[in-house]
Design a protein around this ligand. Structure first.
Ligand code: 3H9
Length: 695
């Protein structure tokens, strides 16, 4: 065996050279990996006893792409193109042996090999789009030449990881090897290439499929239409499409030039920087400083949910979906039956859309039972209380849980507003109490705020985080404070939105600014959707806010076809002249002089205080890191991924110094709502980033 460099070895099996790459964790194409490929293939070509070359990886996966951490740094060693050219121009056939995932630059390397062999469990994909990029190493030109432009559009714009058996059908993979016997399978395939005298197949020269699509621009226009809604605001999907158009309409080298240019624009742009930030943030968020990652967890084999309402039902579905039995406890049979009925209906609707099978409906509903007796919770490992927000009621429930639940069980509350320390104070085992704040609809929304109270044990925290992963949520560990992280930041925006409409803006002006920024909807459209009467009490209502006035008029949002907006029978909204008049009269009545409010002011008033609040949250230790706050806002509130989350946006796009200056300016003119966080002042004074401050 010859060592090529620290990550690559070369071993001959008869006349087949096996190049074996080992660069944990995912064999990403760092400088040593590129060098290993370049020098390894060169050495195998130079060895006259070698007739064919197999490129295989050790560890959990084939090459998973370019090394994302290297972007923006000065490149060293052979470029990826040089390594690829060495492979593609080899006079001896090179066979890629794929297990795990061949992604991005990894698949692009495999596409310069003359053949590809994979185990059935392997997956191939060009997921660059998810990093705000496009495949920049010839992938946009080679993939359509194998699978055709339509399949390439799908793969590149969704970033899907395509299973090897499907790749075999599309021609992306030439042969499947037996699971667990990839090396032998790839070597055997190489021998077959030699014995059958198969040609040195270069994907770049195979033009049939791209030529067939020439003169059919509808392939692209139809595809653009089909993704428009989902990809609103993102640059990368469109750039990927343009590259495939180039593959169809231009010779290979010219197509590569288009790819180079567009890749260059994306990789140096704000969107990709934000999306790469999110990639790492999604992985950081699970890491809890101070808790050993190997801490023993509490086995969760059965879950109890208290409350069969919308929240309780949605939460239950998460566990049933993961195969975990659930018992739902309600006070009375009628609401329990109603809740169970809604769950069944939800599953049936999903099955009608073809997303799950009829059998799945039965299996999942079969995992959810109901009871009106709290004693049914006695054998549960985790109990989540999801009743309405009232401290006395919740404390009463927790007292009972303390009596009923087995030792070691986790006692969780889904409160979004109440002090979990107060809830924990009524039990003899406060270390077992934690907040699991699901977002509505709980079976759909990915975010889970795991709320650590003062006495919550490490085991309970670690188990909750692991469980979140099991039920396919993304969890952020946060501390107890009003609104926790997500709603606490939201409150800042809501307050300003309400003030702005009294000072001169209209609800649709505010909504437009935030929608154009990339949020799914603005605060007023959101209120209409949720129902303006959420938490509104008719008997106490005295026209003290616009919302009260609207509710008193029975304008309660979408459900009454009228709220801040008017709605037609298809729920399409239009600005309401009635509401405009109400707002103007309200301002007048409260002696607020209306004025022109610019879009810039709307944006700054709504967003800067959110960033400032995020900094306060960090200062108080209620979130571990700035990027955790970004994860909360992206997954719980629809902050656009391509803007990286409010903290990333504040730091990397606006600049914390500018946020501070604006907050100070607003503080002077608009009052203490804009008081800057002490930490923000500190950071700006010291010129430090969140990372440098340990956040
Ligand atoms: C590209 O290829 C551009 C080219 O077209 C053009 C070039 C000119 N780089 O996800 P995991 C780290 S763009 C650096 O937890 P899993 C990750 O941060 C790239 N680091 O494991 C984590 O670190 P830590 C296109 C990377 O088993 C550790 O590896 N490729 C990279 O659940 C384990 O990751 C992609 O977009 C990377 N490329 O999933 C694929 N990838 O332990 C991105 C991972 O410190 N990667 N790390 O937190 C993935 O989708 C998943 O990591 C993968 C494994 C499916 C491979």
């Amino acid at each position: 065996m010859t060592k090529i460099n620290d990550v690559m070895t070369l071993e001959n099996e008869g006349d087949i050279a096996v190049l074996s790459l080992n660069s944990p964790p995912v064999n990403a194409l760092s400088a040593p990996v590129r060098e290993g490929i370049f020098e390894g293939v060169k050495a195998a070509i130079a060895d006259t006893s070698v007739k064919a070359i197999v490129l295989i990886c050790e560890g959990r996966t084939f090459i998973a792409g370019a090394d994302i951490t290297e972007f923006g740094k000065k490149p060293v060693g052979p470029s990826l193109f040089e390594a690829q050219d060495m492979i593609e121009n080899s006079s001896k056939p090179v066979i890629a042996a794929i297990h795990g995932t061949a992604l991005g630059g990894g698949l692009e390397v495999a596409l310069t090999c003359h053949y590809r062999v994979a185990v059935p469990s392997a997956k191939c994909g060009l997921p660059e789009v998810n990093l705000g990029l496009l495949p920049g190493a010839g992938g946009t030109q080679r993939l359509p030449r194998i699978v055709g432009p339509e399949a390439a559009l799908q793969m590149m714009v969704t970033g899907a990881h395509v299973p090897a058996p499907v790749c075999l059908k599309t021609g992306l993979v030439d042969s499947l090897a037996e699971e667990g016997a990839l090396r032998a399978g790839a070597v055997a395939f190489a021998q077959k290439v030699l014995s059958d005298g198969l040609p040195l197949k270069k994907v770049r020269d195979s033009n049939e499929k791209v030529e067939a699509a020439r003169g059919k621009p509808e392939i692209f226009s139809d595809f653009r239409k089909s993704i428009a809604r989902k990809t609103r605001g993102f640059l990368a999907p469109e750039y990927n499409i343009q590259c495939i158009e180039a593959a169809v309409n231009l010779p290979f080298d010219e197509g590569v030039a288009v790819e180079r240019k567009l890749f260059g624009e994306l990789v140096t742009g704000e969107q990709s920087a934000a999306q790469r930030h999110v990639f790492f943030a999604e992985r950081q968020v699970w890491k809890i400083p101070g808790i050993d990652k190997d801490i023993p967890l509490i086995p969760i084999n059965k879950v109890g949910i208290i409350g069969a309402g919308t929240m309780g039902g949605g939460i239950s579905m998460n566990f049933a979906n993961a195969g975990i039995p659930v018992v739902i406890v309600e006070r009375d049979q009628a609401p329990l039956d109603r809740g169970l009925g809604v769950i069944r209906k939800n599953y049936e609707n999903t099955a009608a859309k073809g997303r799950i099978s009829a059998d799945d409906v039965e299996t999942r509903t079969g995992l959810i039972s109901g009871s009106t007796d709290m004693n049914a919770l006695a054998d549960c490992d985790l109990i989540i209380e999801a009743v309405f927000e009232n401290m006395d009621v919740k404390q009463d429930i927790f007292r009972k849980l303390d009596e009923i639940c087995k030792e070691g069980a986790i006692l969780a509350t889904n409160t979004s507003a109440l002090d979990i320390n107060e809830i924990a104070s009524v039990v003899k085992r406060p270390e077992a109490v934690i907040g699991l704040h699901f977002f509505s609809p709980a079976n759909v929304m990915r975010l889970l705020e795991v709320v650590r109270a003062d006495k919550t044990s490490d085991t309970v925290i670690a188990t909750s985080m692991a469980l979140a992963k099991r039920i396919k949520k993304i969890a952020a560990l946060v501390g107890v404070c009003p609104g926790f992280v997500g709603n606490r930041i939201l409150a800042q925006r809501q307050r300003e939105a309400q003030k702005l409409i009294l000072e001169g803006a209209m609800p649709w002006d505010v909504d437009k600014v935030l929608f154009d920024f990339g949020l799914p909807m603005g605060p007023f459209a959101m209120s209409d959707l949720a129902g303006l009467d959420l938490g509104w009490q008719a008997d106490k209502s005295n026209s003290s806010t616009i919302r009260e006035v609207l509710c008193e008029m029975d304008r309660r949002g979408q459900k009454t076809s009228a709220g801040f907006y008017d709605y037609d029978e298809n729920r399409k909204s239009t600005p309401s002249p009635v509401v405009a008049k109400i707002i103007e009269e309200f301002s007048e009545k409260h002696q607020i002089k209306r004025r022109e409010v610019s879009q810039e002011e709307i944006f700054e008033r709504c967003v800067y205080p959110m960033i400032n609040e995020g900094v306060k949250i960090l200062e108080e230790g209620k979130a571990i890191r700035a990027s955790d706050i970004d994860i909360v806002w992206i997954n719980g509130y629809g902050w656009p991924v391509y803007r990286g989350g409010p903290m990333h946006y504040g730091e990397k796009v606006i600049g914390l110094d500018k946020v501070l200056a604006k907050m100070k300016e607003f503080e002077k003119t608009l009052g203490p709502d804009f008081k800057p966080a002490a930490l923000l002042e500190d950071m700006v004074a010291q010129g430090k980033s969140f990372a440098q401050m340990g956040y």
